[in-house]
Design a protein around this ligand. Structure first.
Ligand SMILES: [Zn+2]
Length: 103
């Protein structure tokens, strides 16, 4: 079993049993991880279990970020539609963006 499989097993368990009573599954996963591999792992787990998740992150210089809602079977998953990275200027607000919504 490689590292990805070990992490995937852990994430699957947390989603399956992470409800309030410690037995039921969660309704929504809030992704707050700091690397691509972890996002891919959460993505795979949510796809396997059909659980919605909100992926989020910020750029390394903390001047931009993203929030992405992923609903298995209805929206593209994280791996197929990764967020826009590197947007450094918001033309609509004529300012540096704090949040970029990607759907
Ligand atoms: Zn996909």
């Amino acid at each position: 079993m490689d590292v990805f499989e070990v992490l995937l097993t852990l994430v699957l368990g947390r989603i399956r049993h992470g409800g309030k009573n410690g037995k039921s599954p969660v309704d929504l996963v809030l992704g707050c991880v700091d690397n691509f591999e972890a996002r891919i792992t959460v993505n795979q787990a949510c796809l396997e279990l059909g659980v919605k998740w909100m992926e989020s992150g910020v750029s390394e210089n903390a001047m931009s970020g993203h929030i992405q809602f992923i609903k298995p079977g209805e929206t593209a998953c994280f791996q197929c539609a990764p967020p826009l990275i590197g947007a450094s200027y918001c033309f609509l607000q004529r300012a540096m963006p704090f949040i970029i919504l990607v759907f």
